[in-house]
Design a protein. Sequence first.
Length: 161
Amino acid sequence: MPSIFRNEKWFVIGSLLVLLGSAFIAYYFYSSWKTLNVVNLPVPDCDLAKGTCYSKLDSGEQVALTIKPTHMPVLTSVLLEVKTDNISVKKMFIYFKGAEMNMGEFRYTLLRQKDGIYSTQTILPTCIHDDMIWHAVVHIEANNKHYSAPFVFVNHRPDSA
């Protein structure tokens, strides 16, 4: 049998294996995407300058955000601490974005400190306005769910006396 026919046979077999592998990978990603649930927690009606804010669902899941120190000094390091209840966390991020002024979007990875508590250090940028309204969203990747917990807070510019 000429060698050209043997090479053609292996080419066909290789092509079929690539096609079957691609179909398997596509099915795997489609099935995991199809079963992924996005859970949006409500915006809590609270003031982070007065302490911890809690965003809760009726089903028991809860995300709490604390900023220390609570007076949130600008251009000074602050600790962001997130506590979760009834959520098995794989990864956690927090995004900040100015509501009234485009200061860019800031993303920080929250690192596990102990059971259900995650934290990171950051510096909040200053603004020309006396009060800067920030939108913070905690994103949590869990087993088959992605949680999104929004928080709104005001950062007051220090007096320049």
